[in-house]
Design a protein around this ligand. Sequence first.
Ligand code: SAM
Length: 227
Amino acid sequence: MSTFYIVATPIGNLNDFSPRAVEVLKSVDYIACEDTRTSGKLLKAFDISKPTFSFHLHNEHHKVEHLLNILRGGQVVALISDAGMPGISDPGFLAVRAAKQEGFTVTVIPGPDAATTALVASGLPCDKYAFEGFLPPKKGRQKRLTQLAEEDRTLVFYESPHRILKLLKEINEYFGGERIVAVARELTKKFEEVVRGSAEEVLQNFEDRDSIKGEIAVVVAGKSYSE
Ligand code: SAM
């Protein structure tokens, strides 16, 4: 039985690429990439030269069959995403499920992901947390925010720099201005920062900026948390 590897890649800092991840990618027959051009740069930097094919959210259903065919033929495949852990707000789950259903060995090579890095950096309780990823952009967003306002676990969101002010305003509106929030931006990169304070203070901090760039994860304290 062939093996399907899920391999985590850096979320910014190339030194976070584990030796085991590199070793596995050098050993497989194919690498399925969320974006072959983006991953091409990473693979080149680590001298990994293997055939790649695209495997992204929009072709995931179709490409699962392609991936299974490779495994059925006895060859080994690895899946990587643009950054971090495949399957976490990235394609992966369907392929893992399908490979397991056919009895293939699925091995995850762990590594960086923005959610747990932001969670630990936030200084908020990490014993129980709920990963929410990206909130629905329109339909269902208000309902979800209303439900999450009651959640006692620490919450972790992903958000784009274009929508961060909108999310921070919503956190103020639905969770209250006193709720502790940490915005983790550009984790592991040169301009890494974690802005922590009440929802009101953090919103003010970002409203005062001329521009907001980079990759952002937002951590919000659970309802019962106080300092
Ligand atoms: N699979 C990835 C992971 O393991 O974290 C997440 C992929 S998701 C499509 C991309 C989002 O993750 C970004 O929009 C941002 O919210 C978050 N993210 C990725 N890299 C980040 C970083 N270096 N700092 C803060 N957030 C990051």
